[in-house]
Design a binder for this molecule. Sequence first.
Ligand code: ZN
Ligand code: FE
Ligand code: FE
Ligand code: ZN
Length: 266
Amino acid sequence: MPLPADYHTHNALCRHATGQPTEYAARAAQLGLPEIGMSDHNPMPRDDFDDWRMRLDQLDEYVAGVEQARREHPTLAVKLALEVDYLPGGEDWIRDLAARHPWDYLIGSVHYVAEGWDLDNPNKVAEWKRREPFEVWTAYFERLTQAAGSGLFDIIGHADLAKKFCFYPNRDCTALYRGFLEAAKRRGAAIELNTAGLRKDCKEIYPSRYLLQMASQAGVLITFGSDAHAPEEVGLNFAEAVELARSTGYTHCCRFSRRRAEYVRF
Ligand code: ZN
Ligand code: FE
Ligand code: FE
Ligand code: ZN
């Protein structure tokens, strides 16, 4: 059985990844993946927002890099996408970005749960120690639910990123998951199986088997992503992700072209 497309990859423009889009495409071709999506971190209106994304004046260079990957790997489907930070009140900026290029899909991700706090930032783990994990998870899923319900995104990224550093809540999160999945289902947003979690402290794919089972029962669609920040991470642990998806009842995943979904067996 061929592996599914890898729809979540980065490159050197975001300043914490290595390699050019064409090198990620080369790796995908070498692995025999049918398709790869480039989804680097979106620029913000102000370049001093943080230090882990491309500058706004680099957006065209990014798109040119993806076009180069297409030219140099003509037998591989190379998709043009972005991983976009969802911030409440940032919707107009996301619409602006969405209109700038012919994106195949947009991944909506929540990293920021409060002003200045990106909860997955290893330099800010101290913030976690000041808070109750359940409060953070609640804030995280409230934003994720807003992101899913905004209709701005085709895919919601790493849907339980809050587990990254193992600050687990001591209360049941089922209601948080349910609200999020209802919003995703209503707006037709897919969620991704993101294998980067396996490379973090939590040592688990995002999202958990429990959340994925709920998603499957709710009829929420899926994609697969490695969240590669280096070319050699493309497609990493996809066999395990496919196994997890199958064991929770999935047989199909989504592919996107110019923001229209198609369903393919994996
Ligand atoms: Zn990144
Ligand atoms: Fe992310
Ligand atoms: Fe990412
Ligand atoms: Zn990511």
